[in-house]
Design a protein around this ligand. Structure first.
Ligand code: OOG
Ligand code: MG
Length: 238
């Protein structure tokens, strides 16, 4: 039997201590189903502390990300209100953060809106290395995220994405890398959430997954992610 609550506690401790831990599967291997149970236990602990679930994030929806991290399956994780960044990310709270461009969706009563966004990942595992069950248990490395202005639905199948740090371009890509069209990722998120009995109601946010590899997030930096036709979003670090 997998020690679901023990593993959830270990990951929470890593966040609290801002200190990476060895991969959980190195102690006792577990499968994807058990990994999602650990993820759920971790989110339940956050909710008991007053955090609110506000949406989900999709992971490994692009080849660029699968290749970077050495995994080959789409995963998902939960977003809570404390992960949402207004303007500044305090790196003292994070272990070894990375940032990546995202296409973000806001679900409405019917239909959705879209924005360009960013995700700050912070694997709780040493060296940012993990197996598929490990990263699922670790809530898909979710740490922080943000997004720009909402736009009405349009063709999002080939949105040019540029990520700059301190005015230098560090990643470029196309939303086409996200399952051919990020709307497919949105549909998958809605389906997965329904199957997991965590349906995404109006107002929910969905991160479709990065179109490019993630890059280390430095201190005292200014990051801008631009999506053609979607404007841009900026974030600073301290
Ligand atoms: C896991 C999270 C992947 C994405 O957009 O593909 C992800 C990781 O790379 O640590 O968020
Ligand atoms: Mg991501």
């Amino acid at each position: 039997m997998t020690d679901v609550s023990g593993f959830a506690e270990t990951l929470e401790q890593a966040v609290r201590d801002v200190r990476a831990v060895p991969k959980l599967t190195a102690t006792a291997p577990f499968d994807v189903a058990a990994a999602y149970e650990i993820q759920r236990a971790g989110i339940a602990r956050r909710e008991r502390r007053g955090e609110r679930r506000i949406g989900v994030k999709m992971g490994f929806t692009s080849r660029a990300k699968m290749v970077q991290m050495g995994v080959d399956d789409v995963i998902w994780g939960q977003l809570t209100d404390t992960m949402l960044v207004e303007s500044t990310v305090d790196l003292a709270e994070l272990i070894h953060p990375r940032i990546e461009p995202e296409i973000v969706f806001l679900l409405g009563p019917e239909g959705f809106k879209a924005a360009v966004g960013f995700e700050v990942l912070d694997s709780r595992y040493e060296d940012f290395k993990f197996t598929l069950p490990d990263v699922i248990a670790d809530n898909a490395s979710a740490a922080r995220f943000g997004f720009g202005a909402w736009h009405d639905p349009r063709d999002l199948s080939n949105v040019g994405l540029v990520m700059e740090i301190d005015g230098r371009v560090v990643q470029t890509g196309s939303s086409a890398a996200i399952l051919g069209d990020p709307v497919r990722s949105l549909r998958a998120a809605v389906r997965l959430a329904r199957e997991a009995d965590l349906p995404l109601g109006p107002g929910s946010i969905v991160l479709a997954g990065a179109a490019t590899a993630a890059v280390p997030l430095p201190k005292d930096a200014h990051v801008r992610v631009t999506g053609a036709g979607l404007g841009s979003v900026e974030v600073t670090t301290k």
